[in-house]
Design a protein around this ligand. Structure first.
Ligand SMILES: O=C(O)[C@H](O)C(=O)CO
Ligand code: MG
Length: 255
């Protein structure tokens, strides 16, 4: 049985963030995820999740100035203090929300900084976050993003993500495998999911092109869902797609 989580940064965008929890529950979801809860007092987010009776299964560490185009700061040598403050903030939200995992976005390559330094900074920051989350038993994930939508993103494929996680070498860390980004960058979804399975802490999905719901593009989701069941994936699958119409009308693909 596959378990789907509603990504509230993509779904139900016709209503305020805190109202999306109840909308997800009304559409049958038992779990939600989102990019960032930090604009809202933690008690209000907890209250929204409790009232809707949904689990919060994932959100991101603070990732810099999103509106200015930043997509994470974990690889940036001049932003280490800011990243680590973000880890503390995320830990407070994760604790209050009983959220078992938080995703780290590596960030885009700045001009003129050596790649080895960016990777070393990322590894140090991942270690720091994993060590901060270990006592509570929470996991730190890292997600490759495709460089068509996010030019210059440092970690854009499965293999470099696993190499960085290997270098960080912490037991409470893992890969966030986003099927949409993976399809754009590397394809070979079924084999990669199988080989990376022990490292995968969370999966997200959207079809390609367009990043819409399954069934709108080239990815054979019925096959992938059978495959995920066959290889024994037991985690959550986040619905992180742009619905082609009203969110409520976008769930026909769900098994
Ligand atoms: O866009 C995505 O795929 C992410 O999951 C995210 O958290 C921010 O980019
Ligand atoms: Mg994603």
């Amino acid at each position: 049985m596959l378990r789907f989580s509603a990504n509230l940064s993509f779904l139900f965008l016709d209503r305020p963030f805190l109202d999306r929890f109840a909308a997800a529950a009304a559409n049958g979801f038992k779990a939600v995820e989102f990019h960032f809860p930090y604009a809202f007092p933690v008690d209000e987010v907890v209250d929204a999740a409790h009232r809707a009776a949904v689990e919060v299964v994932l959100f991101n560490f603070p990732a810099g100035d999103w509106a200015a185009g930043e997509r994470g700061i974990a690889c940036l040598p001049d932003r280490v203090a800011e990243f680590r403050e973000g880890v503390e903030l995320a830990a407070r939200y994760a604790e209050a929300l009983a959220c078992p995992r938080v995703n780290c976005l590596a960030g885009r390559r700045p001009d003129g900084v050596d790649e080895a330094l960016l990777c070393a900074t990322l590894v140090d920051n991942l270690r720091h976050a994993a060590d901060a989350f270990a006592p509570a038993g929470r996991q730190v994930l890292m997600e490759p993003l495709n460089t068509r939508d996010t030019p210059g993103f440092l970690i854009d494929r499965t293999a470099p993500a696993l190499a960085v996680l290997d270098a960080a070498d912490r037991p409470n860390q893992g890969l966030q495998y986003d099927i949409y980004h993976a399809q754009v960058m590397e394809g070979d979804l079924a084999r990669t999911l199988e080989s990376a399975l022990p490292r995968i802490g969370h999966i997200q999905l959207a079809d390609n092109p367009g990043r819409h719901q399954p069934g709108t593009g080239e990815i054979n989701f019925p096959f992938l869902f059978r495959h995920l069941k066959a290889i024994g994936y037991e985690g959550w699958i986040g619905c992180e797609y742009v619905p082609t119409g009203p969110t409520e009308d976008s769930f026909e693909w769900m098994v």
